[in-house]
Design a protein around this ligand. Structure first.
Ligand code: SAH
Length: 343
């Protein structure tokens, strides 16, 4: 059965026309699903009954099952754990910051990248999510928010999985997030984070999209990077950085480099200096993320003064640097942590 939320408006129009129905019915279905929060095809009361039956026989309605929902103590983040049709688990995080409502989505069950500090890759990659399984994470959260007069306005692909390794599904989900008939989220408010898959970055730069691209850098040289990110063996750092530069040039978007700080591993002054040299002259931002502890991993978050000194060194070298205080620490909000606890 075809998943309803894997279809964009054009595809649904085509499908509906093939059933001998008027294509404008597609916009009505979209309105029910994405604006009115219909819970089933039966709710779509302005559609003829036999058409609704036909829809329900051929298209599967959103089916992501909410298993757990946990708010952080500070109320700024909420973590959602979802069960998929095959019982597998994925998670999303809602981040509230002033009036901004950002959803961090997963794009795979598990992750092939196996970064040393991350919970998602501990079991490796289990499977790709379908576009519908990505879209439905946001659909459910958006429905909850609508009840209190809010909407999801930003999306980040920073949950479980590597977006470039599920490229087509991620792009389809992006088109639905962006679609005026669905979520109406501008491309500039959508961010894809990658571990650094060169062909994926190059391909994305040719898509005529204006989404933000983030590279999970985590080290100032290939040698150290390979130790933190086993996946880095596949792609030399110089090639990744060239592809990122090309993305910035083609799309006119600033590039962000994420750097998870791990005590005693990549947080020394010499690393900050090397990083500043590596990124010198680039139109970019470095986002420092102190490591968020994951059960079973013997890594440590650096002390606050180490983080401050690291940041200062970059700023002094002229690198635009932000330090993301890890939100939702008490609810295990880093990538893959909740699903791993449940497993
Ligand atoms: N595969 C993609 C997207 C998922 S990870 C990528 O590698 O970019 C997204 C971000 O989550 C990474 O940049 C990493 O910094 C962050 N992250 C994951 N686990 C973390 C942890 N335990 N502590 C701090 N940051 C973490």
């Amino acid at each position: 059965m075809q998943e309803l939320c894997s279809l964009n408006l054009e595809e649904l129009k085509t499908w509906i026309a093939e059933q001998g129905e008027k294509p404008f019915r597609a916009a009505q279905v979209f309105d029910w699903v994405y604006q009115k929060g219909a819970e089933s095809f039966a709710d779509m009361t302005n559609l003829a009954k036999d058409f609704r039956t036909k829809l329900s026989e051929s298209l599967s309605f959103p089916s992501l099952k909410l298993v757990r929902q946990i708010d952080s103590e500070d109320g700024e983040t909420t973590k959602f754990l979802w069960q998929l049709a095959d019982q597998k688990l994925v998670e999303s995080v809602l981040i509230r910051s002033h009036d901004r409502r950002t959803v961090c989505v997963s794009c795979q069950v598990g992750c092939p990248a196996r970064c040393a500090f991350c919970a998602s890759g501990k079991e490796g990659l289990l499977r790709n999510l379908t576009p519908a399984e990505i879209v439905e994470q946001v659909l459910h959260i958006d429905r909850q928010l609508k009840k209190i007069g809010e909407r999801v306005c930003h999306i980040v692909f920073m949950g479980m999985g590597e977006p470039m390794e599920n490229y087509d599904a991620v792009l389809k989900a992006v088109s639905l997030f962006n679609d005026p008939a669905a979520f109406q989220i501008s491309q500039r408010r959508i961010t894809i984070s990658t571990v650094g898959v060169v062909e994926g970055i190059k391909r994305l730069s040719k898509e005529d999209l204006h989404v933000n691209l983030v590279l999970s850098l985590h080290a100032p040289n290939q040698h150290l990077r390979k130790k933190i990110i086993p996946y880095a063996r596949k792609y030399p750092l110089e090639e990744i950085l060239l592809a990122m530069d090309e993305y910035g040039k083609e799309t006119k978007r600033d590039i962000t480099y994420e750097y998870t700080l791990l005590a005693g591993i990549n947080d020394r002054m010499e690393h900050a200096d090397e990083l500043a040299t590596l990124l010198k002259g680039k139109q970019c931002t470095v986002n420092l993320i102190p490591y968020n502890p994951v059960d079973g991993l013997h890594l440590k978050r650096p002390e606050a003064d180490t983080i401050v000194a690291f940041k200062e060194a970059l700023v002094e070298a002229g690198i635009n640097t932000t330090w993301r205080y890890t939100k939702g620490k008490d609810i295990a909000a880093a990538c893959g942590q909740l699903a791993l606890q449940k497993l």
